[in-house]
Design a protein around this ligand. Structure first.
Ligand SMILES: *Cc1c(COP(=O)(O)O)cnc(C)c1O
Length: 492
């Protein structure tokens, strides 16, 4: 199975190379050259498997070179979850939640980032690579912590994380500042997530920096969803949710289901698109955004335009204007036109916008429905949903519930809303939404949410206050390269 760059289809690598490399040398993203299929018979077989076996089966279609090791890799990775890694919760007929936040850092990023270190070290073994891998991460809050936990003390790897100063929740910042492990480093940067992501992307495509790092024995890779190894584990949970609907007697195999996905960098929802292309019966993909609604506008008008105000919202992991993975979708709907995709990405970089054709827009609107929620509306959703069902949503999941409601209206379409974070992770906004006062201390706030909702507070969040803050530095945007080089130099 080969992978090609979205910006140059003649640039062809193996899955192992795509994972070790992260981003293609031309700045494009790796995509599978052909889409593997999952037959109805195979779908049926999935209903008999547990989550790690389902994941190993789906991922094996894309990474045949790791096929034999995948079952044990998935076993180990998903043993770090509290129970079923991807339980489906029925709220009412035709309305389900897929909870993806039962991993070590309580956000859905764990679904991929507990497994990525195994995929990466396995890929290096396949390729006979012995250099150290430096994982560089730009995070809007959740990826950073999940990558740090995933890669912490994994042999042959180091992990450096940059997050926007003041752009993450207090708990997210706590989680990252107190990270344990001998092979990790964390820094805040002045600027927003897009600044952090751009700065990190620039390092990936800077040969001078790469050469310097190589001289210290380091190869760069990425744990952001630009890395194929981040995306591929995410495809599995859509098949898993479907298998649970079938085995629970909620639908018959072959029935179509819609998914509503809280979207930032477009990785999660893109994984659902790939699942659909592989043969999962998907009726519609609901792309849910917060006030940073570049994607809602794109799906409405065909114009992708990032020249607008950036909002800090109560769903910070979706505070993104440039959704990296949209490039992969753009490549697909252009009929896999690499030159056109490259041109559009140039345009985006130079002018902050590009336009899709009418044909592409009409194809997009057959597959996607897009909607967005302001912070006010999101809080209302949290409060109403809690009152009606007793279920407490985090703000990201609430954005998706609201979009799901907007999509189905009164119709009887089974819809699964993807829940991406534990409400404890965004405790301040959640307490505010349900109309209770918010204690100043983060830990008191956590306990209060536990009292109010009877949802058990995870131990790893409770203990945060007692941990040493190891990483409290802030750098300017232009200082990122030096931080990375110095880190490598010190360890060479
Ligand atoms: C990362 C994240 C998202 C957005 O996912 P993308 O794959 O970037 O679109 C949504 N919710 C939470 C809680 C997240 O951590």
């Amino acid at each position: 199975m080969n992978y090609i760059s979205t910006r140059n289809a003649s640039l062809r690598v193996s899955g192992a190379e795509a994972i070790v490399g992260g981003i293609a040398p031309d700045g494009g993203l790796y995509v599978p050259e052909t889409m593997p299929e999952v037959t109805a018979k195979e779908r049926e077989a999935l209903t008999e498997m547990d989550y790690p076996a389902r994941a190993a089966f789906i991922i094996g279609k894309y990474l045949p070179e790791l096929k034999d090791e995948l079952p044990s890799m998935c076993e180990k990775a998903y043993s770090r979850f509290d129970g079923d890694p991807a339980p489906l919760v029925k709220i009412e007929d035709n309305f389900y939640l897929l909870e993806l936040w039962h991993g070590p850092t309580h956000a859905f990023k764990d679904m991929a980032l507990t497994l990525l270190p195994y995929l990466l070290t396995g890929s290096k073994r396949v390729l006979g690579r012995t250099d150290r891998t430096l994982i560089l991460v730009a995070t809007s809050g959740d990826t950073g912590k999940a990558a740090l936990e995933g890669f912490r003390d994994v042999d042959g790897t180091d992990c450096i994380v940059f997050y926007p100063s003041g752009g993450v929740s207090e708990l997210q910042q706590f989680q990252m500042q107190t990270q344990k492990g001998e092979n990790v480093f964390v820094s805040a940067i002045e600027g927003n997530f897009d600044d952090a992501q751009t700065a990190v992307k620039n390092i990936f495509t800077d040969d001078g920096i790469r050469d310097k790092l190589a001289s210290f024995g380091y190869n760069l890779s990425s744990a952001n969803s630009i890395n194929w190894g981040r995306l591929v584990p995410q495809i599995a949970y859509y098949f898993s949710a479907y298998a649970d609907l079938v085995s629970g007697g909620e639908i018959e195999d072959g029935d179509k289901v819609a998914f509503s996905v809280p979207t930032g960098n477009f990785g999660n929802i893109l994984a659902c698109y790939y699942a659909m292309k592989m043969g999962l019966p998907v009726e519609r993909l609901v792309c849910a955004s917060n006030s940073n609604n570049v994607l809602t506008d794109l799906f409405d008008t065909g114009i992708y335009d990032v020249r607008r105000e950036f909002y800090k919202t109560i769903s910070p992991s979706m505070d993104i204007l440039v959704s990296s993975n949209f490039e992969r979708l753009l490549f697909e709907i252009s009929g896999r036109d690499d030159k056109l995709t490259a041109r559009r990405m140039e345009e985006l970089k130079a002018n902050g916008k590009y336009v899709v054709s009418d044909r592409e827009l009409s194809e997009l609107s057959q597959i996607f429905f897009a909607d967005y929620s302001s912070d006010e509306a999101t809080k209302e959703t949290i409060a109403d949903f809690f009152e009606d069902t007793g279920y407490i949503l985090d703000p990201h999941s609430a954005v998706a519930v609201s979009a799901a409601d907007a999509y189905v209206g009164d119709e009887e379409i089974p819809i699964v809303t993807v829940c991406t974070a534990s409400p404890f992770k965004f405790v301040g906004s959640v307490l505010e939404a349900i109309g209770t006062s918010v204690p100043k201390s983060a830990i008191k706030a956590l306990e209060k949410l536990e009292d109010e909702t009877a949802l058990p507070l995870p131990e790893s969040l409770k203990e945060l206050e007692t941990l040493e803050k190891r990483f409290t530095g802030v750098v300017g945007k232009d200082g990122i390269a030096d931080v990375v080089i110095n880190y490598a130099k010190e360890r060479a």
